[in-house]
Design a protein around this ligand. Structure first.
Ligand SMILES: NC(=O)c1ccc[n+]([C@@H]2O[C@H](COP(=O)([O-])OP(=O)(O)OC[C@H]3O[C@@H](n4cnc5c(N)ncnc54)[C@H](O)[C@@H]3O)[C@@H](O)[C@H]2O)c1
Length: 433
């Protein structure tokens, strides 16, 4: 018997064990479903799932296999949930929603697993629907939305920031005009922040504004860009120069859609969640410190969304409080302007936060960033960073409104001259001007 045969024998034996354990597990799931049905409890319990993932993944001794095991366990949980929903019958859970209260522009963000496959039930797609996705997003996600739509028009753009352009914007307008879209039709973005920002801008401007649904599929877009209503395209190489505030009608942030996302993109999005924790939620920050964030993604996303929701509700148009979301972004943007596309946005924000913190908070931040695989050291040219800061669009004669975190969980905004920002930058990353 050769090695392949031997290995296949072991796999068959494991599969037999797993099949027996599967039946045993599903028998227990049946009892859970009966208990929940009797008491009217929801099928999905993100805190319980997070705890289980955390506990069970610790049982896997080979660190290389841990991430694969987490995916395996997540799929097992999805199957268990589907079985519970079938047993309980009737309409599935409406989804645990987060309401963004903005008067007549209010909307819900639904964050339950597999919610993407329920788009037909949860969104009004009984009309013409422009579905905007990109070539890097697994095509099944947009196809699921297209299947649920009465008259879908699917546009797949090239992946990457380059698609947040006037050319792609015009392509979307053309697609809508050609298909005879009226003011009663709608746009749905299925993808990361690039699709959301671009599709949102097309929705904001076509016939003076039509309904927009956002279905974010990256961590960054789920925790950050899909709510708040900022839509834009880049212009002449400057990011987000032309845009509009246009709130979505509903957001479906499906944690299962993140299972296809490469680890670097997950860490990139988590940088924004860590940012929100640092400025506003010390408990969420401790979760990053004490747990394996990969096992707690749905919870991290929900808590980050709650922080962003509160900020957006208090300051829809970014005239005051919303500035705290810019923590790490002043230096981060300056670094990004010299490093893109080698460094991703979240990676630049990670670097940009460090100089804006007091020593103890910075030590804690550095440890969390390292755990997430985000950069904590940088050797760029300080002169180019200073130059980029001077040209920052938010820069005024008396300085830039910079966000500081002296203590984890709170922050302050202070007008800061570029020279002071550069002192802080050099104190952390070194280099002379
Ligand atoms: N509107 C806002 O408030 C706001 C806030 C922050 C950032 N942004 C914008 O968001 C953009 C960045 O968003 P992003 O980080 O999501 O980048 P992105 O949209 O470019 O997505 C990153 C990559 O992941 C791929 N992808 C998306 N979903 C996937 C999935 N489920 N599985 C596998 N691959 C997948 C994409 O094809 C792309 O290659 C920037 O343009 C930024 O300006 C907007």
């Amino acid at each position: 018997m050769n090695d392949l045969d031997l290995a296949r024998r072991v796999i068959s034996a494991c599969d037999a064990d797993i099949a027996a354990l599967f039946e045993k597990r599903m028998e227990a799931v049946r009892r859970v479903a009966a208990y929940k049905k009797e008491r009217g409890l929801p099928v999905y319990d993100p805190a319980r799932e997070g705890e289980l993932l955390q506990k069970n993944s610790a049982l896997v001794e080979d660190p290389e296999l841990r991430a694969y095991y987490i995916t395996f366990q997540r799929n097992t949980m999805a199957v268990s949930r589907a079985y519970q929903n079938d047993l309980i019958g009737g309409a599935a859970d409406p989804g645990s929603s987060i309401r963004v209260s903005l008067g007549e522009r209010s909307y819900d963000i639904l964050t339950d697993p597999d919610i993407l496959n329920r788009a037909g039930e949860l969104l009004d797609l009984d009309r013409r629907v422009l579905i905007v996705t990109d070539s890097g997003v697994p095509s099944g996600y947009a196809e699921a939305v297209a299947r649920a739509s009465r008259r879908p028009v699917l546009v797949t753009l090239p992946e990457g920031e380059g698609s947040k352009s006037f050319d792609c914007y015009v392509r979307l307008l053309d697609a809508m005009l050609d298909a005879g879209f009226t003011r009663h039709d709608c746009v749905a973005a299925v993808g990361g922040g690039v699709c959301g920002d671009l599709a949102g801008f097309a929705a904001a401007t076509y016939m003076r504004g039509i309904d927009f649904y956002n279905i974010p599929t990256t961590v960054l877009s789920q925790v950050d860009s899909s709510i708040g209503g900022k839509t834009a395209v880049d212009f002449h190489g400057y990011k987000n120069t032309v845009g509009a505030f246009w709130q979505p009608k509903r957001v479906l942030a499906d944690p299962e859609a993140l299972s296809t996302l490469p680890p670097r993109q997950i860490a990139n999005g988590l940088a924004e969640a860590v940012k929100m924790a640092a400025t506003s939620d010390a408990e969420l920050f401790r979760l990053f410190e004490e747990d394996d964030p990969l096992t707690r993604l749905p919870e991290i996303i929900r808590r980050s969304l709650c922080i962003k929701k509160a900020v957006v509700e208090a300051d829809e148009r970014e005239s005051g409080l919303r500035r705290i979301l810019n923590f790490g972004h002043t230096l981060g943007h300056a670094i990004e302007s010299t490093e893109a596309p080698n460094l991703l946005h979240g990676e630049c924000v990670a670097l940009g936060m460090l100089p804006m913190m007091d020593e103890e908070a910075r030590g804690r931040m550095r440890a969390v960033l390292e755990k997430l695989g985000l950069p904590t050291t940088y050797e760029g040219d300080p002169a180019r960073i200073a130059e980029a800061l001077t040209h920052d669009k938010k820069s005024a004669a008396d300085g830039i409104d910079a966000v500081y975190v002296d203590r984890i969980g709170s922050c302050r905004v202070e007008k800061t001259p570029v020279s002071v920002l550069m002192e802080r930058y050099r104190a952390v990353f070194g280099g002379t001007r």
